[in-house]
Ligand binder design. Structure first.
Ligand code: 5GP
Ligand code: MG
Ligand code: MG
Length: 176
């Protein structure tokens, strides 16, 4: 097992402030209507739970699990659904809630996939917009935090399934 350190990047209080700001915007943008929120498992589970409790518009919550496949460990852009949503999104306003957008390939594929079910609208909300490695242009309508790079864990995000339970965001740094 390779040794690594966790370097603090975003404190829990800072995360909560960013969520407050996002929720104000979402409540305002969807006023008078309702929303289906699709959380992308597993990484988004904490972000989604903290976000929906700030929303005053009517919301329904569902989850999808997406797996990227292909030879390399990097995102290949080939995505499959390993757990699908159960609600009908036809003619509904949909908000996809993601933990982090990196290359953008996963969310671009999923946006495209959802369009065949004819929702009224689809937007994307991501806790972290990590932009250095972006390969496709994806609209991130609501971004909590913009970071250039780094492999991040905590607040739902994992490294080999560990560290999802940390209340803040940390960067994984490998020992030289
Ligand atoms: P993308 O397709 O945009 O490259 O990223 C797909 C997924 O890779 C993200 O939704 C997330 O689950 C995972 N990912 C990308 N960057 C990070 C990171 O810094 N930390 C963790 N834990 N997962 C990441
Ligand atoms: Mg994710
Ligand atoms: Mg992961």
């Amino acid at each position: 097992m390779e040794e690594y350190q966790l370097v603090p990047r975003i404190k829990p209080e800072e995360l909560q402030k960013r969520l407050d700001d996002l929720a104000v915007r979402i409540n305002r943008d969807y006023e008078g209507t309702s929303l289906i929120i699709i959380g992308v498992l597993k990484g988004a589970f904490i972000f989604l739970a903290d976000m929906v409790r700030r929303l005053s518009i009517p919301v329904e919550v569902d989850f999808v699990r997406l797996a990227s496949y292909g030879e390399s460990s990097e995102t290949s852009g080939k995505v499959k659904i390993t757990k699908d949503i159960e609600l009908s999104i036809k003619d509904r306003n949909v908000l996809i809630v993601e933990d982090i957008v990196d290359t953008g390939l996963t969310i671009a594929w999923y946006l495209d996939h959802l369009r065949q079910y004819h929702p009224e609208s689809i937007k994307v909300c991501a806790l972290i917009d990590k932009f250095e490695r972006r390969q496709v242009e994806v609209p991130i309508d609501y971004a909590g935090i913009r970071l250039e790079k780094g492999f991040l864990v905590g607040y739902g995000l994992d490294f080999s399934e560990k560290h999802r339970n940390l209340p803040g965001i940390y960067e994984v740094q490998f020992q030289k």
